[in-house]
Design a protein around this ligand. Structure first.
Ligand code: 5GP
Ligand code: ZN
Length: 114
Protein backbone atom coordinates (compact mmCIF):
# COMPACT_ATOMS: atom_id res chain seq x y z
CA UNK A 1 0.00 0.00 0.00
CA UNK A 2 1.71 3.15 -1.21
CA UNK A 3 0.19 5.48 1.42
CA UNK A 4 0.64 3.19 4.42
CA UNK A 5 3.06 4.49 7.04
CA UNK A 6 3.97 1.01 8.29
CA UNK A 7 4.61 -0.29 4.76
CA UNK A 8 6.98 2.68 4.41
CA UNK A 9 8.70 1.87 7.72
CA UNK A 10 9.02 -1.78 6.61
CA UNK A 11 10.58 -0.63 3.32
CA UNK A 12 12.98 1.72 5.13
CA UNK A 13 11.40 4.76 3.46
CA UNK A 14 10.49 6.28 6.85
CA UNK A 15 13.05 6.14 9.68
CA UNK A 16 12.34 4.03 12.74
CA UNK A 17 14.28 2.37 15.53
CA UNK A 18 14.15 -1.24 14.43
CA UNK A 19 14.78 -3.98 16.97
CA UNK A 20 14.22 -6.88 14.56
CA UNK A 21 13.93 -7.42 10.81
CA UNK A 22 13.80 -10.35 8.41
CA UNK A 23 12.22 -10.99 5.02
CA UNK A 24 8.68 -11.23 6.42
CA UNK A 25 8.58 -9.09 9.56
CA UNK A 26 9.97 -6.05 11.25
CA UNK A 27 9.69 -4.71 14.78
CA UNK A 28 10.41 -1.15 15.83
CA UNK A 29 9.97 1.14 18.83
CA UNK A 30 6.66 2.96 19.11
CA UNK A 31 7.01 6.70 18.47
CA UNK A 32 4.77 7.46 21.47
CA UNK A 33 5.53 4.72 23.99
CA UNK A 34 2.84 3.76 26.51
CA UNK A 35 5.21 1.66 28.64
CA UNK A 36 8.98 1.48 29.26
CA UNK A 37 9.14 -1.15 26.51
CA UNK A 38 6.71 -0.51 23.65
CA UNK A 39 7.49 -2.23 20.39
CA UNK A 40 5.36 -2.67 17.29
CA UNK A 41 5.74 -5.94 15.40
CA UNK A 42 4.35 -6.08 11.87
CA UNK A 43 4.31 -8.40 8.91
CA UNK A 44 5.77 -6.66 5.85
CA UNK A 45 2.70 -7.83 3.94
CA UNK A 46 -0.02 -5.20 4.14
CA UNK A 47 -3.05 -6.55 6.01
CA UNK A 48 -5.42 -3.88 7.36
CA UNK A 49 -6.20 -5.51 10.70
CA UNK A 50 -6.76 -8.83 12.40
CA UNK A 51 -10.38 -8.59 11.24
CA UNK A 52 -9.24 -8.79 7.60
CA UNK A 53 -7.01 -11.82 8.14
CA UNK A 54 -7.43 -14.59 5.55
CA UNK A 55 -6.90 -18.26 6.29
CA UNK A 56 -3.90 -18.13 3.94
CA UNK A 57 -2.28 -15.68 6.39
CA UNK A 58 -2.55 -18.06 9.35
CA UNK A 59 1.01 -19.40 9.05
CA UNK A 60 2.40 -15.88 8.69
CA UNK A 61 0.59 -14.73 11.82
CA UNK A 62 1.63 -17.81 13.75
CA UNK A 63 5.22 -16.94 12.91
CA UNK A 64 4.56 -13.35 13.97
CA UNK A 65 3.39 -14.49 17.40
CA UNK A 66 6.42 -16.71 17.78
CA UNK A 67 8.67 -13.79 16.83
CA UNK A 68 6.81 -11.61 19.34
CA UNK A 69 7.60 -14.09 22.06
CA UNK A 70 11.30 -14.01 21.11
CA UNK A 71 11.41 -10.21 21.05
CA UNK A 72 9.64 -9.96 24.42
CA UNK A 73 12.21 -12.28 25.96
CA UNK A 74 15.09 -10.40 24.32
CA UNK A 75 13.70 -7.21 25.88
CA UNK A 76 13.85 -8.86 29.30
CA UNK A 77 10.10 -9.31 29.70
CA UNK A 78 10.06 -13.10 29.85
CA UNK A 79 9.81 -13.25 33.63
CA UNK A 80 8.21 -9.94 34.63
CA UNK A 81 5.41 -10.14 32.06
CA UNK A 82 4.35 -8.68 28.75
CA UNK A 83 1.17 -7.62 27.01
CA UNK A 84 0.55 -8.38 23.32
CA UNK A 85 -2.22 -6.21 21.85
CA UNK A 86 -3.90 -6.00 18.44
CA UNK A 87 -6.23 -3.00 18.16
CA UNK A 88 -8.80 -3.54 15.40
CA UNK A 89 -10.78 -0.67 13.86
CA UNK A 90 -12.17 2.50 15.38
CA UNK A 91 -13.76 1.47 18.68
CA UNK A 92 -10.52 -0.28 19.68
CA UNK A 93 -8.50 2.82 18.84
CA UNK A 94 -6.70 1.53 15.74
CA UNK A 95 -5.02 4.52 14.11
CA UNK A 96 -2.64 2.79 11.67
CA UNK A 97 -4.43 0.42 9.35
CA UNK A 98 -1.62 -2.06 8.85
CA UNK A 99 -1.87 -4.99 11.25
CA UNK A 100 0.51 -4.59 14.18
CA UNK A 101 1.11 -6.28 17.49
CA UNK A 102 1.90 -3.95 20.38
CA UNK A 103 4.48 -5.51 22.71
CA UNK A 104 4.26 -3.70 26.05
CA UNK A 105 6.10 -4.20 29.30
CA UNK A 106 8.80 -3.07 31.67
CA UNK A 107 6.36 -1.88 34.33
CA UNK A 108 3.14 -2.96 36.02
CA UNK A 109 0.52 -2.21 33.35
CA UNK A 110 -2.96 -0.90 34.02
CA UNK A 111 -5.74 -3.49 34.33
CA UNK A 112 -8.02 -1.29 32.26
CA UNK A 113 -9.60 -2.60 29.08
CA UNK A 114 -11.31 0.71 28.38
P1 5GP B 1 -2.84 1.70 17.01
O1 5GP B 1 -3.50 2.79 17.81
O2 5GP B 1 -3.20 1.79 15.54
O3 5GP B 1 -3.07 0.33 17.58
O4 5GP B 1 -1.28 1.93 17.17
C1 5GP B 1 -0.51 2.65 16.27
C2 5GP B 1 0.77 2.98 16.98
O5 5GP B 1 1.69 3.41 16.01
C3 5GP B 1 0.65 4.09 18.02
O6 5GP B 1 1.05 3.58 19.29
C4 5GP B 1 1.58 5.18 17.51
O7 5GP B 1 2.29 5.80 18.54
C5 5GP B 1 2.49 4.42 16.57
N1 5GP B 1 2.99 5.19 15.44
C6 5GP B 1 2.26 5.97 14.60
N2 5GP B 1 3.05 6.51 13.65
C7 5GP B 1 4.30 6.04 13.90
C8 5GP B 1 5.55 6.23 13.24
O8 5GP B 1 5.69 6.95 12.24
N3 5GP B 1 6.63 5.60 13.77
C9 5GP B 1 6.52 4.80 14.89
N4 5GP B 1 7.65 4.24 15.33
N5 5GP B 1 5.36 4.59 15.52
C10 5GP B 1 4.26 5.21 15.03
ZN1 ZN C 1 0.85 -1.27 5.12
Amino acid sequence: MSDCIFCKIAAGEIPSTKVYEDAEFCAFKDLNPQAPVHILLIPKKHISSLLELQEADATLMGKLLFRGQKIAKEQGLGESGVRFVFNCKDDAGQTVHHIHCHILGGARLSDSFG
